[in-house]
Design a binder for this molecule. Structure first.
Ligand code: PLP
Length: 415
């Protein structure tokens, strides 16, 4: 029989979301009268906006006509869309040939791992979006699980805690590593400042590292002083690639459209340009994003589309404010709960001192019929935290806030 890829045996079970579903189902089965509200989703809930939806429909209609039909397009994406992204989102920071259109940021993160061999060291923020670690393990880059501990041998975890303002100590990063970094962050909701990202870029350059910068939530940044792309930082074109997506920007989680930026000025140790190999990966293993989705992406970046996507993000930011206000109520203050994020980001990250994330999850489900995401599921430094998502309908956010106002969080000695 053919042998199993050893990397898969190294992978520890994906536990977080199946376990949430299991506990939610068990609760629902014994509380049929209760309406469960989910503040646990990392998925968009509001409909596509009219101008963008019309562009998607228009392209689909045109494809049904002899004049409007097209087959395979350029694997790197429609020239017009690459140009539009470069002009509107990276003016003076990246050229259209450095933009590669894809079916989403998660898929790009997985494909990027092909550029670096299994010997590459990997550093991630802890807590983190699971694909950075799991994708690295599948690519063979991370070794096995640490015996008797959480995490993998070959991965350097950079704790992001309230003590360090959710910006990690970079001195732990090994030379020549791949560094995954996400801002605005999922799950902590933290947004790194220019000065912080300058520290990251400087550290990466000093140590010969490449940063994979995940900017999937950049559309939620409202504070003008905060950087929306790593390429606002001096020196980033020599040490970083960026992945981004229309998923959270325009509600394209189901439509599927993303992009990566790989500057021509980024090189491997042997002097070869990274974008050359990336172009090879994208043209060989990927066959281009859907032409319909790309037509929608173009519409999302014109004046009308930008107005719509801004109000879409504002809608979710308002949900975040509604839930945040409830989490800052006296009942939570008495238990020492502190809430982070939710400004310039659709996630709230609440710390329940002295409690285990899963215990808080169970209490919120039992007492409020609210589903959340236990912070410990995103990495060891997420213990005692709960992630509250702003993705949802306003009426549900308001009802959840009302229930939270009557919740009595347990008080425990901090540790
Ligand atoms: C949602 C999300 C993405 C987007 O992934 P797509 O594949 O483009 O839908 C990327 N990174 C993070 C951290 C996310 O939460």
């Amino acid at each position: 029989m053919i042998a199993r890829n050893k990397a898969f045996a190294n992978l520890t079970a994906g536990y977080l979301f199946p376990e949430i579903t299991k506990r939610r189902k068990a609760y629902a089965a014994s509380h049929r009268d209760k309406k469960i509200i989910s503040l646990g989703i990392g998925n968009t809930t509001e409909p596509l906006t009219p101008h963008i939806a019309a562009a998607l429909a228009g392209c689909a209609r045109d494809l049904g006509t002899p004049e409007g039909y097209s087959g395979y397009g350029d694997e790197q994406g429609m020239a017009a869309l690459r140009e539009k992204i470069a002009q509107t989102l990276y003016p003076g920071l990246a050229a259209s040939e450095e933009i590669f259109i894809s079916d989403g940021a998660k898929c790009d993160i997985a494909r990027l791992q092909l550029l670096f061999g299994p010997e590459t060291s990997v550093a991630v923020q802890d807590p983190a979006y699971p694909v950075y670690v799991d994708g690295s393990v599948i690519a063979g880059a991370a070794g096995g699980a640490k015996p008797g501990q959480t995490g993998y041998e070959g991965i350097t975890y950079m704790p992001c805690t309230r003590e360090n303002g959710f910006f990690p100590d970079l001195s732990v990063v090994k030379p020549d590593s791949l560094i995954y970094f996400c801002s605005p962050n999922n799950p902590t909701g933290a947004v790194s400042t220019k000065a912080e990202l300058q520290t990251l870029v400087d550290a990466a350059r000093r140590r010969g590292c490449i940063i994979v910068f995940d900017a999937a939530y950049s559309a939620f940044i409202r504070d003008k002083a905060l950087p929306k792309t790593i390429f606002e930082i001096e020196g980033a074109r020599e040490c970083a690639v960026e992945v981004n997506s229309f998923s959270k920007l325009a509600g394209f989680t189901g439509v599927r459209l993303g992009w990566s930026v790989v500057p021509k000025t980024l090189h491997f140790a042997d002097g070869e340009p990274v974008c050359q190999d990336w172009n090879r990966v994208m043209t060989t293993l990927f066959n281009g994003a859907s032409n319909i989705a790309q037509a929608g992406g173009l519409a999302a970046l014109d004046v009308e589309g930008m107005r719509e996507t801004r109000s879409l993000a504002d809608y979710y930011l308002k949900n975040a404010a509604v839930v945040k206000k409830a989490l800052e109520g006296d009942n939570f203050k008495r238990a020492g709960v502190t809430v982070f994020g939710g400004r310039n980001s659709p996630y709230l990250w609440a710390r329940f001192p002295g409690q285990k994330s899963w215990n808080v999850f169970d209490c919120l489900l039992a007492d409020c019929s609210i589903v959340t995401t236990p912070g410990s599921g995103f990495g060891p430094a997420g213990e005692s935290y709960i992630r509250f998502s702003a993705f949802g309908h306003r009426a549900d956010a308001e009802e959840a806030a009302g229930r939270l106002a009557n919740f009595a969080p347990k008080s425990a000695p901090d540790n």
